[in-house]
Design a protein around this ligand. Structure first.
Ligand SMILES: [Fe+2]
Ligand SMILES: [Fe+2]
Length: 147
């Protein structure tokens, strides 16, 4: 699968850009795995890694948005929640042996992520006053319970 990483836009914050790059990389690696192997253990490991990284990124990004008083924060949180829910659903069905669903769903999540970064995340770039990474944050996972 051809990498689309070069198409990633900067949102004007080094930490967010790096997290985006990592998320896309993990997702693309996972797509290669599900499309080319039956290595269930590696696929599961990749899913868990993607889920953890996604939750960490969403949490950091939402706090950054709160700091800059991003006016569309609630809608943005909803979008993040939908991604996490779709990924959790994918993982649950994969556990039941539905590899085809995992393949299709990961393709959809990959497209979603690229569009989300380019359009939705890019909207907060204008509100940033600097490009310094935000400080490490405490994470509240209660909104994103694992399946
Ligand atoms: Fe976002
Ligand atoms: Fe983001």
């Amino acid at each position: 699968m051809e990498s689309k990483r070069l198409a990633l836009v900067s949102v004007g914050n080094a930490l967010m850009d790096e997290q985006h790059r990592q998320l896309v990389e993990i997702l693309e690696r996972l797509l290669v795995l599900v499309n080319n192997t039956d290595d269930i253990g590696s696929i599961e490991h990749g899913q868990v890694e993607l889920y953890g990284r996604a939750i960490k990124h969403f949490t950091d990004e939402e706090l950054l948005m709160e700091i800059i008083a991003f006016p569309w924060l609630d809608d943005h949180k909803t979008a993040h929640h939908q991604f996490a829910g779709r990924l959790a659903s994918l993982m649950a069905r994969f556990q039941r042996g539905d590899l085809d669903f995992a393949r299709q769903s990961l393709e959809g999540l990959h497209s979603w992520l690229l569009v989300h970064i380019k359009h939705d995340d890019k909207r907060y770039a204008a509100g940033l006053h600097c490009t310094e990474p935000v400080q490490p944050l405490s994470i509240n996972h209660t909104d994103y319970a694992m399946p």
